[in-house]
Design a protein around this ligand. Structure first.
Ligand SMILES: C[S@@+](CC[C@H](N)C(=O)[O-])C[C@H]1O[C@@H](n2cnc3c(N)ncnc32)[C@H](O)[C@@H]1O
Length: 286
């Protein structure tokens, strides 16, 4: 699939194709391409048509026109070819996710990470997902036997999440909240979770105190951060672990275990990392 897209890009853009071939996303039957300003011209519509012609399962081609932005973490698109829609169904490790990618954040680039975390969850475990989107982490976890409190501030995210719970037959294992995660934790979820997932790097450090509040006496946090590095991504892991270790030292908790992994490169010398921390909350931990 990637090879076919690269070939089409080469045919239409020649040497300039190197600017676009790094950044394709396929979500369900929608192909999303990025084209830098310096080669943004009429050729993009032909590119769209050729993608449709050569990749039978692609029904819509969009160009991403903005980075992911705003509280809801959305990106904007220009329509290039195919059916005029932004809704699709995306399949991942046996689960199906119905999303409108113009209304709800969604990326296929976290697929391994989502199943990795789901595989760590024990039968009957209570998990809090503070930034759930349309539900991919939550639904994989529920399919593995966990119970999930799933929060998102974007009403469309909760609408699609609700539908996805039903499609994937986990609606009896998931409780949804449409609000700011800090408010939901304070009101309903103090000391309720064995594990907390924080898949929003922009808020992870500010919301760490709410993740700690939601955790029972002992449990696991999965904290996602964006870390700039100079030489290699081992440096990003070291930095990320240090930041979390330092931040947690403000609270009366014992770190029992800390591990980290690079999830993906988000831009030049900037890695998304996940820090997994097992900890014990002492009395008066805050
Ligand atoms: C990067 S997306 C993660 C989506 C999802 N975990 C996934 O893998 O597709 C972050 C989500 O956090 C939501 N969000 C942003 N601020 C929030 C807040 N204060 N409380 C709860 N959700 C929030 C956004 O609406 C967005 O859907």
């Amino acid at each position: 699939m990637r090879r076919a897209l690269v070939n089409i890009a080469r045919e239409i853009y020649g040497d300039e194709s190197e600017y676009i071939i790094k950044s394709f996303d396929i979500i369900g039957d929608i192909a999303i391409i990025k084209i830098p300003e310096k080669i943004l011209d009429e050729r993009r519509y032909r590119f769209g048509e050729e993608i449709l012609k050569n990749l039978g399962y692609i029904k819509v081609v969009l160009r991403q026109t903005t980075p992911v932005e705003g509280i809801y973490r959305l990106r904007k698109f220009e329509y290039l070819a195919g059916e005029r829609r932004t809704e699709t169904v995306y399949k991942e490790y046996g689960a199906r996710f119905y999303v409108d990618i113009s209304k709800v954040y969604f990326t296929p680039r976290l697929s391994y990470e989502r199943i990795r975390v789901a595989n760590l969850v024990g039968e009957g475990e209570k998990v809090l997902n503070m930034f759930a989107g349309a539900g991919p982490f939550t639904i994989h976890i529920a399919r593995k036997g966990g119970y999930v409190y799933s929060i998102d501030i974007n009403p469309y995210a909760i609408e699609y999440h609700y539908i996805n719970n039903i499609i994937n037959k986990v609606d009896d294992k998931v409780i949804l909240f449409r609000d700011d995660a800090s408010r939901v934790v304070e009101e309903y979820l103090v000391a309720k979770a064995d594990r907390v997932i924080m898949p929003l790097p922009e808020l992870a450090l500010d919301y760490l105190k709410y993740a700690l509040k939601a955790l029972r006496e002992e449990g696991v946090l999965h904290i996602y951060l964006h870390i700039q590095y100079q030489e290699n991504d081992d440096e990003a892991l070291e930095k990320g672990e240090y930041i979390i270790w330092d931040k947690l030292s403000q609270y009366n908790v014992d770190i029992l275990d800390i591990n980290s992994r690079v999830v993906r490169e988000v831009s030049t010398r900037m890695a998304q990392v996940c820090i997994d921390v097992t900890l014990h909350k002492n009395i008066n931990y805050i």
